[in-house]
Design a protein around this ligand. Sequence first.
Ligand SMILES: [Ca+2]
Length: 235
Amino acid sequence: MLAQDLGGDHYKFLVENLTTSDQSIEVQLRTNGPSGYGGVTVWYEDASNWVDIYIHPAAGWIAVMEVINDTPNGTSYPYPSLKDLTWYNLRVDVDSAAGTLAVYVDGTYLFTHTVTTAHRSGLSGLNSGNAGGYFDSFGLTSMDPPDVDGDGVPDETDGCPSSILAATVVIDSCDSGVTNTIFPSGCSISDDVNYCSVNAVKRRDFVTCLGKYLEYFRKARVLTSQQSDAIKACQ
Ligand SMILES: [Ca+2]
């Protein structure tokens, strides 16, 4: 069980390293008097972009707070029957493509909020504020298609399902300092470098293969000549 009784607004308790878009998220919660609120958080991209769905019994509503590039945009749905010091199950079914949040309390469907935010992916968890409350039995079910390497391209269409996602292109232990761009195909520059390395019988094969990729990237303006040279310097 999680207890939140600090006072203040919009505390977050997030599941680390698990970026989710489509999901069903739920929790058992009990708000404290006199004015505690609490609920679930979805699409926490960073401190400037997130969405909270929470019950606020003292105010008599369930609220959806979308923060978009630091600007709060709140909507309140009146539910005056909610009470502090009472356990509720809050569940939200999230559809990122449609931008809908379907809200259930104790298994009963209440309403669907259609979001404004375009930031529809991020961390999930809990939120609470004012007098806070207690949380138990948190559940998160991702509906996203599998993406093993987490590059945002689903495995089904990912040309490189186990991408090398280092920040910069590194060959052996030589860091070129060039950003390891990930392409819409789901492959990164480092994946292509690795492809050349794995398939080369001799060192010359590797150099030829890498040269072809670098030329292609330069022509496609993915890399500048300086960046291409920086990678070559590591080969
Ligand atoms: Ca990939």
